[in-house]
Design a protein around this ligand. Structure first.
Ligand SMILES: C[S@@+](CC[C@H](N)C(=O)[O-])C[C@H]1O[C@@H](n2cnc3c(N)ncnc32)[C@H](O)[C@@H]1O
Length: 358
């Protein structure tokens, strides 16, 4: 068997890596807890604090706070002043782990906990096949919305819409837009707010996500956006042809049960001069080609424990998160898109953006 030099490591090196991995895996769960409990935000806002002060600031149980501080201090995320017994976060670290930063990595740490939460059921899938539907992931939509708030929402007008020349002007003038697999609808609500002359429709199979999207639209007083619970695999049957000028999907194709039907449906509802803008996970599509992918293990693992398994649960294609650019392009062409341009954005290295026209 041939392996590349990059794959070959000395046994001592492998052992060291495995030990580091155990520490880092545990720390990822601590990052998730630090985010959810507000501990990172509180510590970053008022540094330094003792464990008792931090517990009071956050209203949390001191014994748990102290043990968490043990993990994140020995993990070199938080610093301890041995003289005063107070803990602090350096500003550079705060920028990466709090809600004040624009790239809060603690948001992504929640996926590690999400993976662990289904381990027993996933082991059963290894033995019996099949998959786990969305109902097994009660926090998924919440975490996903936080994730896409950083990769999509923050860059929507500045980077993503400009991928299509002239689109910003068309949105300002007034066009019809559909977002498929809209989740909690934050991207669409933002577009609707920014472009009052355009009309926006969001569809998702999750009633919980659609309820959230509607509630936010109402709270913001948006009258040009509607959300519906719909199976995107039935677009071609249930929506008129050529109803939209722009269709978007944000990270919402690779985990579909019937991605081919979804893409054909998107082509069907798109006007002939319309554009389909798809953000989806970028990869080579092969294990060998992904060896140097900076997020390879995380994304394959997330695929196995979420994106692939939700598709397989519905007897679907199970493409998986790392389906890869070549296969994505083939699916888009097979769905009837004559031109498919692939673009990438510096703020979002894990995704490719496909600009597709009939
Ligand atoms: C990875 S999430 C992305 C959500 C959202 N676009 C975002 O970026 O936050 C994929 C979404 O596709 C939705 N979805 C999955 N299968 C669907 C289907 N057959 N029809 C409509 N939506 C579906 C899920 O409920 C989920 O909200």
């Amino acid at each position: 068997m041939t392996t590349t030099a990059a794959q070959q490591q000395e046994p001592a090196e492998v052992e060291e890596r495995l030990v580091t991995m155990l520490n880092n895996g545990a720390l990822a769960v601590m990052l998730s807890i630090g985010h959810r409990t507000g501990l990172f935000d509180a510590l970053s806002e008022h540094s330094p604090q003792s464990s008792a002060e931090l517990a009071t600031t956050t209203g949390l149980n001191e014994r748990y706070v102290r043990e968490w501080l043990g993990a994140v201090t020995t993990g070199r995320i938080v610093e301890l002043d041995p003289d005063s017994g107070a803990y602090r976060m350096r500003p550079e670290v705060s920028a990466l782990l709090t809600r004040r930063g624009s790239a809060n990595l603690a948001v992504f740490a929640q996926y590690v906990s999400l993976m662990g939460s289904v381990e027993d059921k996933i082991v059963r899938c290894f033995e019996e096949g099949g998959g786990l539907g969305y109902e097994h992931f009660p926090r998924f939509h919440e975490v996903m919305a936080e994730d896409s708030a950083q990769t999509v929402l923050a860059a929507l007008e500045s980077d993503i819409i400009p991928l299509v020349p002239g689109l910003s002007d068309r949105l300002s003038a007034g066009i019809d837009v559909l977002d498929v697999g809209c989740g909690r609808g934050r991207a669409l609500n933002q577009l609707a707010s920014n472009h009052p002359h355009s009309t926006f429709t969001g569809i998702d199979i999750s009633a919980e996500a659609v309820d959230y999207a509607r509630t936010e639209a109402e709270a913001r007083g948006l009258r040009n956006v509607t959300f519906a619970v719909r199976d995107a695999a039935n677009l071609a049957e249930n929506m008129p042809a050529g109803a939209f000028d722009l269709v978007t999907t944000f990270d919402a194709v690779h985990d579909q049960a019937a991605p081919d039907a979804v893409l054909r449906g998107i082509r069907h509802v798109l006007r002939d001069d319309g554009v389909y803008l798809a953000q989806d996970i970028d990869s080579s599509g092969s294990h060998q080609g992904d060896l140097d992918h900076p997020l390879g293990p995380l994304l394959y693992a997330l695929s196995l424990t979420h994106c692939m398994t939700v598709s397989l649960a519905a007897a679907g294609a199970g493409l998986g998160t790392m389906w890869g650019r070549p296969l994505a392009q083939q699916y888009l062409r097979d769905a009837g898109f004559g031109t498919v341009e692939v673009r990438t954005l510096p703020h979002d290295e894990q995704n490719a953006y496909y600009v597709c026209r009939p």
